[in-house]
Design a protein around this ligand. Sequence first.
Ligand SMILES: C[S@@+](CC[C@H](N)C(=O)[O-])C[C@H]1O[C@@H](n2cnc3c(N)ncnc32)[C@H](O)[C@@H]1O
Length: 153
Amino acid sequence: MTEYLLVYRKQTDLLIDWHIRNYPDKQTLAESKIGDDYERTNVWKINPALNSKHPAAFPKELAEKVIRYYSFKGDTVMDPFAGSGTVGAAAAELDRRFVLFELNPAYLELIKKAITSWKNISQSAMLWLNCPPPEPVMQQSYLLEKGYDEYYC
Ligand SMILES: C[S@@+](CC[C@H](N)C(=O)[O-])C[C@H]1O[C@@H](n2cnc3c(N)ncnc32)[C@H](O)[C@@H]1O
């Protein structure tokens, strides 16, 4: 099985290295640095994911590699087709924030079940829009704490 990975960025005459070197937060830059074990080829050999609950789940390793190479710690990663939530799990593990969209309520349930086991997740800091959150009370208290008087779900 082969997947193609396309990388887009905003138009610029500068190399990506320039942007990396000039990132204003030097501590985050140092913490986000890729080690010597980076990929030196453009062919990544990654075993497919085995997920009995979602027919097209990505291997987490793929999401991890992309997030590591193309974002800094603390950045926000968006996956508009979240499926089982692989990108969210990888983002959380790598200290990135995430925004996920998923159309199918059954897959949303998968994410809700799995999310408690993702690393670095604060359930009370999670917002669930247009769907009931796993812990409504926690979400409500978070929103009130932040000064929102509207309960979004
Ligand atoms: C290829 S799967 C993604 C699998 C995911 N990368 C994973 O590892 O589980 C695509 C997902 O996009 C969802 N989807 C399709 N159209 C959508 C839309 N308009 N908005 C949100 N999700 C959508 C499908 O329900 C499906 O779960």
